[in-house]
Design a binder for this molecule. Structure first.
Ligand code: NDP
Length: 395
């Protein structure tokens, strides 16, 4: 993020060679840290916190905790998104918000968010030693560095237990912030060239749909590993607030800094890739969510299942009969559609698809281990029926 810009990328030989600077190559007009970027970033965090507290939300119960209780979560990410749109459009019309300024202030905003995520992680680590805190299974090794990174407390909360820090950070400031960065790069392209390119429009539309989809289906977050199993520490705080918005918006930044032209055939091909990925991603995630919520619903009642000794059933037909994480495959295919609009001149905009592929393979392995522990021999039976992990007949 820091090391590449419109002038090129840091050259390792220059960085470490005799007389070389450690981080050469920052654009001269982008400050690494200044008041403008800090105010914009902290202002954004303050806005989302206030909006989350003030706006009404749906109250949903989470999964059963190790002590047999369930927490209730206030979910209003989609409403915060709508409020952001209203305030954003009003502010732009009135002239006190300039979305195109995002690009000039990017490094300063990034530095501020990095500092913020370290401060939040320090708070999370220290507060996890308080009385009656429920700790995550894997976050209490006693090794300071490991526990700080992985997260000790399972569900840190503020305001007498009504403000869940992990669920808030997972969905609201980082995800909506990612879309704002994308739109900021598009606004800058419009300000400079007088138009928004097809490549920029496609990436903004695809990623915008992904963010809105996640916010619309917000309750689904409550059954993800991040919420049910992982503690809240540096890994998730940094991931949610810095990694997701600033690296996932890399393609729009690249398209802004390197004008990319696409042929009609290229555009149609990318649209098809996106549609294929979305159908698999949404179809499989919705099928499982629906099955886990109401297995008698007629849209899932016909599916073949495997009864487990634990009491729940595992789907072995439909999307979930194709491979064990068909939803990850759909997500990864969409990742290609977000990178292909950048053309083929540089590998940097393909960072997302490479990194995300590695993340999903690792996540599949982690989930496989967790399921093997949960389901025991039933999981072995399930794996014998649904043989492939991520890609049918390949892996
Ligand atoms: P899943 O939604 O795949 O959830 C895994 C759980 O589903 C398992 O632990 C098991 O829990 C249940 N399950 C597994 N197989 C079956 C089956 N055959 N029938 C019924 N239930 C089954 O995992 P994630 O939470 O990791 O991912 C959710 C989505 O989020 C994915 O589409 C993923 O691509 C996306 N994602 C995106 C990221 C990003 O950075 N863009 C990062 C991480 C995820 P149980 O049996 O206890 O119900």
């Amino acid at each position: 993020m820091y090391a590449c810009n419109e002038d090129g990328c840091v050259e390792v030989s220059k960085a470490f060679g005799a007389g070389g600077k450690i981080f050469p190559g920052f654009p001269k007009r982008m400050a690494l840290f200044d008041a403008k970027g800090a105010v914009a970033t902290l202002g954004w965090m303050t806005f989302t916190i206030i909006a989350h507290v003030v706006l009404p939300g749906t109250m949903k119960e989470g999964v059963m905790l190790p002590d047999g209780t369930r927490l209730v979560y206030k979910l209003n990410g989609f409403r915060v998104f709508v409020a952001t749109c209203v305030v954003g459009v009003t502010g732009m019309k009135a002239g006190w918000i300039d979305l195109a300024a995002v690009h000039d202030n990017l490094l300063s905003m990034l530095s501020t968010m990095v500092i913020f995520s370290y401060a939040l992680s320090a708070y999370l680590y220290l507060s996890s030693f308080g009385k009656d805190k429920m700790l995550a299974k894997g976050g209490n090794s006693g090794n300071f560095i490991y526990d700080f990174f992985i997260g000790r407390e399972l569900n840190p909360r503020l305001m007498a237990g009504t403000f869940d820090l992990k669920v808030f950070c997972e969905l609201t400031p980082g995800l909506i912030g990612w879309l704002l960065l994308d739109l900021g790069f598009a606004a800058k392209q419009y300000a400079v060239t007088g138009s928004v390119s097809a490549a920029m429009m496609m990436v903004c539309a695809f990623q915008g749909a992904y963010v809105i989809d996640a916010l619309w289906n917000e309750p689904a977050i409550l059954t993800t590993m991040d919420i049910t199993t992982d503690g809240f520490g540096f890994m998730l705080a940094f991931g949610d607030l810095v990694w997701v918005p600033f690296t996932y918006s890399l393609q729009c930044r690249y398209i802004l800094e390197h004008s990319v032209r696409l042929s009609n055939a290229h555009i149609v091909g990318i649209l098809l890739v996106q549609c294929l990925g979305y159908v698999i991603f949404r179809g499989s995630n919705s099928q499982k969510n629906l099955f886990r919520t109401d297995p008698t619903d007629k849209r899932v009642a016909h599916l073949k299942t495997l009864q487990t000794a634990r009491g729940t059933k595992l789907i072995i037909s439909g999307w979930w009969g194709v491979c064990r994480h068909i939803n990850y495959l759909g997500d990864w295919i969409m990742a290609w559609a977000w990178c292909l609009p950048c053309g083929f001149s540089h590998v940097v905009p393909y960072f997302y698809v490479i990194y995300f592929g590695i993340l999903l393979v690792h996540r599949d392995a982690r989930d496989g281990e967790a399921c093997a522990e949960k389901y025991g021999d039933d999981w072995k039976r399930y794996c014998a029926v649904v043989r492939y992990r991520l890609i049918p007949f390949v892996y």
